[in-house]
Design a protein around this ligand. Sequence first.
Ligand code: PLP
Length: 368
Amino acid sequence: MPVPFADLQLQYQNIKSEIDSAISAVIRDNAFIRGSYVDAFEREFAAAVDVKHCISCANGTDALYLAMAALKVQPGDEVITTAHSWISTSAMITHAGATVVFCDTDGATFTIDPAAIEAAITPRTVGIIPVHLYGQPADMDAIMAIASRHKLWVIEDCAQAHLARYKGQQVGTFGAAATYSFYPGKNLGAMGDAGAVVTNDDTLTGHMTMLARHGGLVKHQHWIEGINSRLDGMQAAILSAKLPHLPDWTSARQRAAQVYDAGLNQIEDVVVPEVATDRSHVYHLYTIQHPRRDALAAHLRNNGVQTAINYPTALPFLAAYRRLGHRPEQFPNAYRQQGMILSLPMFAEITADQQRTVIDLVRRFASQ
Ligand SMILES: Cc1ncc(COP(=O)(O)O)c(C=O)c1O
């Protein structure tokens, strides 16, 4: 029996009537762009993640751009981020007009190493973008302490970490702003592209809202030069229908992670994800490490199990950053792990049988 990497169709079938009636309502009300469904989702999501404001936008990439543009990033400014993330995190630093400065990860949690941040700070540094990668919070106490010492802003990239907590506090509530993606496969996913920035800051909220809507809030009054980055009504209504399920889906992912941990952690050469104490991991991805990663992935694929590599090349080593001339020894953890990481099937509806199939195949690979 094949095991998919994720099963969006199954999620839809389980809540089909809720999704279908949400979509019908938007069509009935002609509420395609902005309108009451978007306003409602913004209110509901802000409440769900314990912040005052949610500014919805077209995707999680734009969310990063909007946050940095509102923080008035300038040419010559340096923004520090992790070597291990999806390219949106670093690309938007460049598009906002600043210079990307990469830091290595801590070697255990796949998140940015605070000691590396401290070492990367220069007089031109203006901000830090930690990423709660795979669903595990970065070390926010250490990061916020560095930021406050050096008067830097922090934008948390929460694209993979809906409802994750650090010492009991929700991610996305530590920095000046935090960005979310609702890409379909995310823990809270739309049925197309969607994203948001959240913040407790009223001034930033006004600025980001205008930026995302052609630079104004009233038709034909453009106070600044903005972009068109709107969440559409259909996606908002779908997200509102899914949001009440998110706590249960998150718990289901956490239970599935425990099953994997118990089944995999005694198998030779397999390193299961390490979760730092006081952090709750929401397992957008369940990523193991294995020295023969490519052979293991092929073995799983040949036996019907889909896997993914998130990500095969750490950011500093992508062609897009060749101009920076980075070397592996500058980012030893990210470099070593890019060759060992393998994300296993993980979704709220994964069954015990499916997990057993994956675990048995990994065990069989080890004994070969
Ligand atoms: C860590 C991270 N940041 C940013 C993004 C960008 O989100 P989106 O795909 O919605 O633009 C993603 C999603 O792929 C992500 O995983």
